[in-house]
Design a protein around this ligand. Structure first.
Ligand code: HAM
Length: 433
């Protein structure tokens, strides 16, 4: 039988990497909570209609990337490709407009898109994101940008750039789309097949095509700023004023149009050159029409989502660079423990087993050998798992009523009576020299 492998476009996060994931997740929770965002957990699958109406029927996501299936009762179900439409659905379904506004939510969880896998692009990926629903205030647009940046800064992740744009609203955008189509009319044949289709259905997307020829052709087209209505212009000015107040540097980039249909006014992406072709760490924007698309009352909102895999890729590169090539080769994968109890003989092992449990109950990470290793091999293993202290327990020690405690950084050894061992090893007492 062929060896079983994880499905294409999925990845395991093994214990030697999950510490980075936990760091990202803990940082997200801390930064979001500090800005008054509470966690929302929506289902992993939703009715397909939510995304057709929310994300938009003529988007790549809905046209070709959704994991859609019929459940046993014949309903069309889709594994969520993104988190904004579900959050808005939850807001409407639970009548959150009765809560103090805006309602600020954050989430961390898996998303599913049937895309062509490549570096930084998966079929199951994990996003963290925020949604602030219920207010059109441009300060909130700046706030969500600052939260995303705050997460990266707290992680020590540097070298990213904020790209900012506006795509207007249903009042001013149609005029811009018309102008775009006109400007490109003479060169339609030169555009890539995707852009020829986009020109008919969603001409803005021509602007973010990665194809060099398309980029060249769209270089001199008019920008959205010539077509914005007063409200959209004022709003964009507001966003930039608030971003400057936070001293957040950004580039106004007319090519940022985003691939989901619900956006109005502000759109932004945070880009990191180290990521290669899939260089967007995270992106988002305002979606003041989404609630109505889902059948609710007018409810403005703004938010972003960012891929954890991509953040981890950058963090891993930085970690490898700071550790130096080959420096981690000897270290064992996984979190390791701070105390290792090396034992010799069955009675000592039983005592060691009890000690390990007692230390764990005190919150000290501890372990002992499970591979029948010699004492020498146990000491080597303790070093590999990064133990700061090793307790050596053998028959002799048991007879004497005292164990040897070795400090692994100084190699100093001391004798500690068994009744004080727990206290001393967990940091609560002094060692006797
Ligand atoms: P998105 O740009 O489609 O936006 O996805 C957000 C982020 O998720 C991307 O910037 C990227 O880091 C990550 N991502 C997306 N697809 C993949 C993939 N196939 N593999 C790995 N990472 C991926 C949204 O989903 C919107 N809901 C964001 C938003 C929230 N807008 C307003 N509120």
């Amino acid at each position: 039988m062929a060896e079983l492998r994880a499905p294409r476009g999925t990845a395991d996060v093994l214990p030697d990497e999950s510490d980075l994931w936990l760091r990202v997740e803990e940082t997200v929770r801390r930064v979001c909570r500090s800005a008054g965002y509470g966690e929302i957990r929506t289902p992993i699958f939703e009715h397909t209609e939510l995304f057709e109406r929310g994300v938009g029927a003529v988007t790549d996501i809905v046209e070709k990337e959704m994991y859609t299936f019929q459940d046993k009762a014949g309903r069309s179900i889709t594994l969520r490709p993104e988190g904004t439409a579900p959050c808005m659905r939850a807001y409407l379904e639970h009548n959150l407009k009765g809560w103090p506004q805006p309602v600020k939510m954050y989430y961390i969880g898996p998303m599913f898109r049937y895309e062509r896998p490549q570096s930084g692009r998966f079929r199951q990926h994990t996003q963290f994101g925020v949604e602030a629903v219920g207010s059109p205030d441009p300060a909130l647009d700046a706030e969500v940008v600052s939260i995303l940046v705050g997460v990266y800064r707290n992680l020590g992740l540097a070298g990213f750039v904020i790209h900012l744009n506006t795509i207007g609203c249903p009042r001013c955008r149609p005029r811009y789309k018309e102008a775009l189509v006109q400007a490109l009319a003479g060169r339609v044949e030169e555009l890539c097949p995707d852009c020829r289709r986009r020109l008919e259905r969603n001409p803005l997307r021509v602007l973010d095509c990665k194809n060099e020829v398309c980029r060249e052709i769209s270089r001199d087209v008019p920008t959205v700023f010539e077509f914005l209505c007063d409200e959209c212009r004022d709003h964009f000015e507001g966003v930039t004023t608030y971003l400057r107040a936070l001293e957040l540097e950004y580039e106004v980039d007319p090519r940022i149009v985003r691939g989901l249909d619900y956006y109005t006014k502000t759109v932004f992406e945070v880009v990191h050159a180290e990521l290669g072709a899939q260089d967007v760490l995270g992106g988002g924007g305002r979606y003041d029409g989404l609630a109505e698309d889902l059948g609710g009352d007018h409810t403005p909102g703004v938010g972003f989502a960012a891929g954890i895999e991509r953040a981890v890729m950058v963090l891993k590169t930085a970690r490898a660079a700071s550790a130096g090539v080959g420096a981690s080769a000897a270290a064992a994968p996984g979190p390791g423990v701070s105390v290792f109890v090396a034992t010799m003989g069955a009675p000592a092992r039983l005592e060691g087993f009890r000690l390990v449990q007692a230390l764990r109950e005190r919150g000290v990470s501890a372990d002992l050998d499970h591979m029948d290793r010699s004492l020498k091999a146990q000491m080597k293993h303790a070093n590999r798992v990064g133990a700061a202290k090793v307790v050596i327990l053998g028959e002799e020690e048991l007879r004497a009523g005292a164990a040897t405690v070795k400090d692994m950084s100084t190699s100093e050894q001391s004798q500690v009576t068994l009744d004080r061992l727990e206290d001393v090893v967990s940091g609560g007492g002094h060692t006797e020299k």
